[in-house]
Design a protein around this ligand. Structure first.
Ligand code: FAS
Ligand code: PHB
Length: 390
């Protein structure tokens, strides 16, 4: 089989890239290791930057997002028993974020690819990349017991942090930058009304908490927990009790508890691989970088990588212009590192660090006090949260 682009990974990066290329007449095949049901079963990101919304609209998959997505003009940060509102819209000239779950984004993309006859192979096992630094790369994989080979021009590695693409780059080429945190997040999804109409990020001496949502009847909550923690350690009763202890009393009093319909622990790390290109292979999304979810940047960074790479590939095929491919790594990394900085800063500001000590804790409190005493400081947080320009 011969196709212009093979996309490894059928998560949001791979599906969005495939959809955008198709609309510009560039065909691709998506190879996804897991079943569609498994990919759809993941509860992950919840906040979309305007740039991501615009990209999904350009991909023709924003109808449900526009009907069901919740536009948020602000968020709260709670500390020392009080909530402080950050008015994102007034601080950024009217820009906002949209609350719409990654699960729904992935569903919309899957349905669009199926509607347009897109080639998405789920259950593709043992994907392997070959001759990436030549002019005729190819990809092999096994599907329902049969071996397959696809000859292509380019490979997009959209296969997440544990994928095969990044590891296909020579160790002599790959540079890695990482910070691992001594904590993670235990997340719960519950069919209960959100505790507040906007997100509440809470800094507390017992640890970080986040109150988010998916709809007016579906809430998403997170608690900072030890990095080696497991969902089995958290009964619903323990989770709700600990969440209420970390929220201001007035907020805890109106929290509606209910049975968890999903419960999972997300590890916490900052990670970047450089460069994002090796020969005919391009890394995209979590295959290339990971951010702690405190800044709600993971899915949104995947979207900006897809924006850059889809334009570069279309320019190659339709305008015989390879400048975008040549500049992809440097251009995408410039935005990646700004989002890595913001996600690391938000995480440092709001979490309890076991080895911090009293001096560091006083500095954290001073930074929160300063944040809400300075329009310049609030503007800086707001413009990063709503999304830096592409
Ligand atoms: P993904 O990991 O989503 O998709 C990669 C796909 O490639 C997967 O479907 C995988 O099955 C497939 N794959 C892997 N290896 C393969 C192989 N060898 N062959 C074929 N296919 C292969 N971001 C936020 O903004 N907020 C959050 O709260 C948040 N929570 C998260 C919780 C968890 C547990 C994780 C892991 C991530 C979370 N993220 C969050 C980040 C997340 O949303 C990612 O940024 C987003 O999924 C990135 O999308 P992709 O790059 O498509 O990678
Ligand atoms: C979520 O709703 O899942 C969410 C929201 C904001 C974050 C992280 C996760 O920073």
């Amino acid at each position: 089989m011969q196709v212009p682009v093979v996309i490894v990974g059928g998560g949001p990066s791979g599906l969005l890239l495939s959809q955008l290329l198709h609309l510009q007449g560039v065909e691709s095949v998506v190879l996804e290791r897991r079943t569609k049901a498994h990919v759809m079963g993941r509860v992950r990101a919840g906040v979309l930057e305007q740039g991501t919304v615009d990209l999904l609209r350009a991909a023709g998959v924003a109808d449900r997002l526009e009907a069901e997505g919740l536009i948020h003009e602000g968020l709260d940060i709670a500390f020392a028993g009080r909530r402080h509102r950050l008015d994102l819209a007034s601080l950024t000239g009217g820009r906002t974020v949209t609350v719409y779950g990654q699960t729904e984004v992935t569903r919309d993309l899957f349905e669009a690819r199926e509607r347009l006859g897109g080639a998405v192979v789920d259950g593709a096992k043992d994907v392997a990349l070959h001759d990436l630094d030549g002019d005729a790369p190819y990809v092999t994989y096994r599907h329902v017991g049969e071996e397959h080979r696809i000859d292509c021009d380019f490979v997009a590695g959209c296969d997440g942090f544990h994928g095969v693409s990044r590891g296909s780059m020579p160790a002599s080429v790959l540079r890695e930058f990482e910070q691992v945190y001594a904590f993670g997040w235990i997340g719960v999804l519950s069919r209960t009304p959100p505790v507040s109409p906007e997100l509440v990020y809470a800094s507390h001496e017992r640890g970080f908490a986040l109150c988010s949502m998916r709809s007016p009847t579906l809430s998403r909550y997170y608690l900072q927990c030890p990095s080696e923690d497991v969902p089995e350690n958290w009964s619903d009763e323990r989770f709700w009790g600990e969440l209420k202890r970390r929220l201001p009393a007035a907020t805890a009093d109106v929290l509606v508890e209910g049975p968890s319909v999903e419960k999972s622990v997300a590890p916490m790390r900052s990670y970047v691989a450089e460069p994002l290109r090796h020969g005919r292979l391009f890394l995209v999304g979590d295959a290339a970088h990971i951010v702690p979810p405190t800044g709600a940047k993971g899915l949104n960074l995947a979207a900006s990588d897809v924006h850059y790479l889809s334009h570069a590939l279309v320019d190659h095929y339709r305008r015989d212009d390879d400048s975008g491919l040549r500049d992809y790594s440097e251009k995408a990394l410039a935005r990646v590192w700004k989002c890595e900085r913001f996600s690391w800063w938000m995480t440092s500001l709001l979490h309890r660090f076991p080895d911090a000590g009293p001096f560091r804790e006083r500095v954290q409190r001073a930074e929160l006090d300063y944040l809400f005493s300075s329009r310049a400081a609030m503007t800086s947080l707001a413009e990063n949260y709503v999304g830096l320009p592409y």
